[in-house]
Design a protein around this ligand. Structure first.
Ligand code: SAM
Length: 256
């Protein structure tokens, strides 16, 4: 049974890292007048309310978006999507990655989302109702294997598991290798937590061996509360788009 729910953590420093890089990549991809596919294997509910008691209880958003938003350039694609989300859903609304994608894509682009948790899946369906999206309540890796290579062939896949299932650390390099064999032009983005236990280490060793040209970017931050095990956030990007290394260097400066 899945127990992880992202609404306790939405808008935290790791979300700012992942969502700023994602919004930048989607803005880069949509600059070209050619359709694209966005695939997300672990979608969450798509839209969060930072005034919700769960979010308030952890206080993680205050450490993340609350502290960092104004340090981003006013025209950064992530800030633009934040403004659009608040205009549509209210001042305390925060976009999850599926909504960031839906707001970035154009008619003719394809959006495929998987979310296994029944409650999160139904909230996701409601949040994305105004957008054209294919939303499945199934295992995200199974969905990715079934639809890759997608049509349109240009595009990006985000894999953002909760790592509740520890076997994810072992299986992700194999899933990424299989997806990349089927979809060699796809931009594959993996988010991972940096924990005191360094549980991500062997996974990154395997990914780097398979994808020597992959871009690895990590930021560190103080634990969001005492005893919290996450001390950083990582992204591994296969087929990184041109300019991503420079953009992630800017993000490193943001986190100081
Ligand atoms: N990417 C989202 C964002 O940034 O807004 C957050 C996703 S959250 C970290 C991970 C989600 O994956 C949870 O909602 C969980 O229910 C879901 N999940 C867990 N295992 C899954 C699986 N095998 N397939 C699809 N979804 C899964």
């Amino acid at each position: 049974m899945l127990s992880y729910q992202h609404h306790y953590h939405a808008g935290n420093p790791a979300d700012v890292h992942k969502h700023a890089a994602l919004a930048w990549m989607l803005a880069y991809l949509t600059r070209k007048d050619k359709p694209l596919t966005y695939i997300e294997t672990h979608a969450g509910r798509g839209l969060y309310d930072l005034a919700d008691p769960a979010a308030q209880r952890t206080g993680e958003a205050a450490q993340g978006i609350g502290r960092l938003e104004s340090a981003l350039p006013a025209d950064h694609p992530y800030r633009l999507r934040l403004h659009e989300t608040r205009a549509l859903h209210g001042a305390s609304a925060y976009p999850g990655s599926p909504l960031l994608a839906a707001l970035s894509l154009r008619p003719g682009d394809a959006l495929h989302l998987a979310e296994l948790h029944p409650g999160e899946h139904s909230r996701l369906s409601a949040a994305l109702a105004p957008h054209t999206a294919r939303i499945r309540r199934e295992d995200g890796f199974a969905m990715a294997h079934a639809i890759c290579p997608p049509t349109p062939r240009r595009g990006l896949l985000l894999c953002d598991p909760s790592y509740e299932v520890k076997a994810d650390y072992d299986s992700i390099p194999r899933h990424f290798a299989r997806i990349a064999r089927a979809w060699n032009v796809g931009i594959l983005v993996l988010w991972y937590p940096i924990l005191a236990s360094a549980a991500h280490g062997p996974m990154l060793t395997a990914l780097t061996a398979t994808f020597p040209g992959g871009l690895r970017h990590e930021i560190r931050f103080p634990p969001v509360r005492e005893g919290h095990r996450m001390t950083g956030s990582g992204l591994f990007v296969v087929n990184p788009p041109y300019g991503l290394a420079e953009e992630t260097a800017h993000l490193s400066q943001l986190f100081g």
